[in-house]
Design a protein around this ligand. Structure first.
Ligand SMILES: [Zn+2]
Length: 72
């Protein structure tokens, strides 16, 4: 069910309602009980893949500097 955002013009409160699309045009009452509300842009909660996969830190294999005798 999509989530619709509304804004009350009396108390300027923004709130969201989850309701069927068929009722998206119905008047929404703000949490304060006001009826003078306007519908904002529809915000649909989509759960997508998070951008950027978690890259596991790859430790360089090998002994490091002092193993090769480069440290003196
Ligand atoms: Zn209100």
């Amino acid at each position: 069910m999509p989530t619709y955002a509304y804004r009350c013009r009396e108390c300027t409160e923004s709130f969201e309602l989850t309701r069927p699309m068929s009722e998206s045009g119905d008047p929404a009452v703000c949490p304060g009980g006001h009826r003078d509300t306007v519908k904002l842009l529809t915000t649909v909660a989509l759960t997508g893949k998070a951008a950027g996969a978690a890259a596991a830190p790859s430790a360089p294999s090998g002994g490091g500097c002092c193993g090769g005798g480069c440290c003196g």
